[in-house]
Design a protein around this ligand. Structure first.
Ligand code: NDP
Ligand code: MG
Length: 380
């Protein structure tokens, strides 16, 4: 029986994970769940999975949750804030931690899980972007594994299939192109948060949905891949593929290209990471290529999506570049959602911040969190 702790249990990835887990009660047991502000959802999850530990974002939510659990005759300890998330991430009984919080807040618990020697199934790409070097080092020290959940990285993991790295020519990350692939720059300038929230292929949380519309998501995924697969960024490319069936590809030095295909459903990469090295038999709709008929591929337009150029600058600026890139994007996405800035200003904010960054590499979590805070402060 594999014991599972889920951070971000109330989110899109959290829910997909719990869907997979509940299909295999003989294989998996949920021992700890962390949520944010959606207390109603966490109450439902706590009743259903009866974990031994719960965590929420705020005190008020903890009170409401504890009261509701008592009403249902359940007595489960509830912890709060980052210490709560860290407690879930390091819960002694857990064998694997699903890191599915959104944003930089996911870094500390992810780091703590690896430090405690827990395998981490990683959806929270922001933590790898901010601290890939450090997380890899901690994982190497404790023997913990970092298993990709992001669909592109899961595809690459599968297409690499344990082959020696020297045979790899490049990694090709596919991108749907989001809802504005065919827009003009002028049209992009008018995009509302509501429009940006409608992704053509994937159902995801709000932040990553907007990141997909700006292609900041793909930019973050380049940095994520750089650390997950320990490969120089020059060997990572992006290919637009609107149908989101080919989830990514690996080109080898002999010219062979291996890809992983599947319907766009996050439960596939989640099940792959949970079951690894076994494959779980999933009763989900299967890919029918004859019905789909056609798969299209095209170059990404870096003029429409400046994120793809900015990320190269961020990478050239070392750890500080990547942290600044992520922090500026998080702040800008939040402002865009609040209607304070326009869609194109998200990339502009990131560019302005990158203009100020000097290259610096960091070896501790404190340095990374301090620099992240410093960048956010400089934008406010
Ligand atoms: P959601 O917004 O749907 O979920 C985010 C989760 O994080 C929720 O459970 C939320 O709690 C919790 N959370 C947010 N802030 C805090 C906080 N301060 N403390 C504790 N918990 C918090 O996001 P997604 O599930 O879409 O994405 C999660 C991560 O996975 C992101 O990093 C994203 O980039 C990545 N990812 C997502 C994919 C997808 O298909 N959704 C695909 C690939 C990667 P609550 O809702 O209760 O407030
Ligand atoms: Mg992805």
């Amino acid at each position: 029986m594999k014991k599972i702790a889920v951070l971000g249990a109330t989110g899109s990835i959290g829910r997909s994970t719990l869907d997979i887990v509940s299909r295999f009660p003989e294989r998996y047991q949920v021992v700890a769940l962390g949520g944010g502000r959606n207390i109603r959802e966490l109450i439902a999850l706590a009743r259903r999975f009866q974990p031994q530990l719960l965590a929420v974002q705020e005190e008020d939510g903890a009170g409401e949750l504890t009261q509701a659990l008592q009403d249902f005759g359940l007595s489960i300890p509830v912890m709060v804030g980052q210490p709560g998330a860290v407690a879930v991430a390091t819960y002694a009984q857990a064998d694997i931690v699903i890191a599915a919080m959104v944003g930089a807040v996911g870094l500390e618990p992810t780091h703590a899980a690896l430090k405690a020697g827990k395998d981490v199934a990683l959806a929270n790409k922001e933590s790898m972007v901010m601290a890939g070097r450090l997380l890899n080092q901690v994982a190497a020290e404790t023997g913990a594994a970092i298993l990709p959940l992001d669909s592109e990285h899961s595809a690459i993991w599968q297409a690499l299939n344990g082959e020696p790295k020297k045979g790899v020519e490049k990694l090709i990350l596919t991108a749907s192109g989001g809802p504005f692939r065919d827009f003009s720059l002028a049209e992009m300038g008018q995009v509302t948060p509501e429009q940006a929230m409608r992704h053509p292929r994937w159902e995801m949380g709000p932040k990553i949905t907007i990141d997909s519309a700006t292609m900041m998501n793909k930019a973050l995924e380049i940095i994520e891949a750089r650390w997950l697969f320990d490969i120089v960024p020059e060997r990572i490319e992006v290919l637009v593929h609107p149908q989101s069936i080919v989830h990514s590809l690996v080109e080898y030095v002999d010219g062979s290209v291996l890809a992983q295909l599947g319907l766009p459903d996050m439960r596939l990469p989640i099940a792959y990471a949970l079951g690894y090295p076994e494959r779980l038999a999933l009763d989900l709709p299967k890919l029918d290529l004859a019905t789909i008929g056609q798969l299209d591929f095209m170059q990404a337009d870096a003029t429409l999506f400046p994120a793809l150029k900015l990320v190269r600058r961020a990478l050239a600026a070392g750890d500080s570049g990547a942290i600044a890139f992520n922090a500026a994007n998080e702040v800008a996405v939040e402002r865009f959602r609040q209607g304070e800035i326009g869609f194109l200003e998200i990339a502009e904010t990131v560019e302005k911040v990158l203009d100020q960054v000097t290259r610096e590499d960091f070896s501790t979590l404190t340095e990374i969190l301090d620099f992240d805070a410093q960048v956010r402060q400089s934008i406010l």
